[in-house]
Design a protein around this ligand. Structure first.
Ligand code: PLP
Length: 498
């Protein structure tokens, strides 16, 4: 981009914006700050050590009347905001689905804020619209979906799924609608049904097998039962990479059933979809080529800053029919173009595609493959440490880069029979693992979260940050082992009969 030559260096007047000179000065300062921060996010505790209310207490309860200097604002950034940050950029952030943006993505965000277009119509920013079409088609090729799918950007997977399910409803015959997803599906699916006015009872949770994958026979039985009871089944959501364990539903068999039953198949690949960029992981999207829609989140595991979620749809005309309502003042003469406002509930749209374009171009497919492959490799190493340890056990397979496990000290395992109470040992293990997680998180070097699997408190270590290396995973493992040693020694005598 060329430098502007007629830049104004006047200070802010009563009506204008910050002067170009001041913007340049603080802009440089902030970029320097961000560069340092991203080089060493581990200088900060990964989990904010703030008490609730600390940020609010440090801020005035009324807005400033007179404008303040940018220096004063930046001072408060250090004083108030930074201590209240949980650092998702930290390489030892392993909680939830660990994510990170990346420098090219951050620069894309900066530019889209600078352009500040509203890409509701093609004409209100042809570049935003056409770049969205192009980048989403690139990404489609990268994950191996057929050309029949077109993409649309939303903020989050929750909204992508909401729009997909709205389209499914548009295509459905009238009746008391029923939607199906596994008991491991993300809550956004049920929330979508609620938001669309289908009601809580409209979503049926289908049982899963021992590896947390949807049981297709149970799905077929639920559909048959519902039809017999007068319901109108209309949509199945299959998940590729469930939130708790990253299990992969059997999409090919679910697609067969949806074809037979004439149901909309939506695939929630919000987390797992990115992995399909790897040649050796293409299998995870087997069957998805027959879906009606699929969501994936480049802001989860493709180094694009939050927020950016992609909905791929094979029936864009149905999605459009669900949402298009064009008032007179938004009518335009270009009818061969895509007006993205027609494909969702929102009118205004920001220029999200820019940051995706920067990320895809800067790293290239090869660079993305190398980074995701590394994550999967080090997650498998962590899984192997768990498997080899006498004091831990793994609680789910590891198809991607997330490991579910718990501490189960060997001597306790041996004594469980003798104790005569499996339930008592189970309650102790829940307590022990929860306390271990709290202890490790409180120490601030690593951050993990948990789930419940088959009623057991389960630790989850999710790798997805661009800076995470083997040594950070090793650190988490060492921290967990150290916490196990002290806590087991301290709480077991108080909790379990010897
Ligand atoms: N689907 C799955 C499988 C998820 O794991 C998540 C979040 O973790 C979501 C959907 C929701 O994602 P978002 O926060 O983008 O709405």
């Amino acid at each position: 981009m060329k430098n502007a030559t007629d830049e104004s260096s006047k200070p802010m007047d009563a009506l204008g914006d910050m002067s170009a000179e001041e913007f340049r000065r603080y802009g440089h300062q902030l970029i320097d700050w961000v560069a340092d921060y991203l080089s060493h996010p581990e200088r900060y505790p990964v989990l904010s050590q703030n008490q609730p209310g600390a940020v609010k207490a440090a801020l005035p309860n009324a807005p400033p009347t007179a404008g303040e200097s940018f220096d004063a604002i930046l001072e408060d950034l250090d004083r108030v905001i930074l201590p209240g940050m949980t650092h998702w950029n930290h390489p030892a952030f392993f909680a939830y689905f660990s994510i990170s943006g990346s420098a090219p993505g951050i620069l894309g965000e900066l530019l889209s804020a600078a352009f500040n277009v509203n890409a509701m119509l093609w004409r209100t920013s042809p570049s935003a619209t056409e770049l969205e079409e192009v980048t989403l088609d690139w990404l489609r090729q990268m994950i191996g979906l057929p050309e029949a799918f077109a993409g649309v950007l939303y903020d989050t997977a929750s909204i992508s799924s909401l729009c997909a399910i709205a389209a499914a409803r548009e295509a459905a015959p009238p009746g008391r609608l029923r939607l199906y997803a596994s008991e491991q599906a993300h809550s956004s699916i049920e929330k979508s049904a609620i938001t669309l006015g289908l009601g809580r009872g409209a979503t049926r949770a289908i049982a899963t097998d021992a590896e947390f994958r949807m049981d297709v026979a149970a799905l077929a039985a639920a559909i048959a039962e519902d039809r017999a009871a007068g319901y109108q089944p209309f949509c199945v959501t299959a998940t590729v990479g469930t939130t708790s364990t990253t299990s992969i539903d059997p999409v090919p068999q679910i697609a067969d059933l949806c074809e037979r039953e004439k149901l909309w198949l939506h695939v929630d690949a919000a987390y797992g979809g990115s992995a399909a960029v790897l040649p050796e992981m293409k299998w995870i999207l087997a069957g998805a080529e027959r879906a009606d829609s699929l969501v994936m989140n480049p802001h989860k595991w493709l180094f694009v800053p939050v927020d950016l979620s992609v909905l791929y749809c094979r029936r864009m005309e149905v999605l459009k029919a669900a949402f298009s309502l064009v008032p007179e003042y938004l009518r335009t003469s270009e009818d061969e173009v895509r007006n993205y406002m027609d494909y969702g509930p929102q009118l205004g749209r920001r220029f999200r595609a820019l940051k995706l374009w920067f990320v895809l171009r800067y790293f290239g497919t090869d660079g993305i493959i190398a980074r995701l492959r590394h994550h999967i490799e080090i997650a498998k190493e962590m899984a192997a440490w768990v498997d080899e340890s006498e004091n831990f056990e793994r609680l789910a397979p590891v198809p991607f880069a997330t490991v579910c496990f718990r501490a189960y000290p060997q001597d306790l395992r041996e004594r469980v029979g003798a104790l005569g109470s499996q339930a008592e040992a189970g309650a102790y293990l829940d307590l022990l693992n929860e306390r271990m997680m709290e202890e490790v998180n409180h120490r601030g070097k690593v951050f993990l979260s948990h789930t419940k699997l088959n009623g057991r408190f389960t630790l989850r270590l999710a790798i997805g940050n661009i800076r995470t290396r083997r040594e950070h995973v090793r650190l988490a493992w060492d921290e967990l082992n150290a916490a196990l040693e002290t806590l087991d020694a301290n709480i077991r005598p108080l909790t379990l009969r010897s």
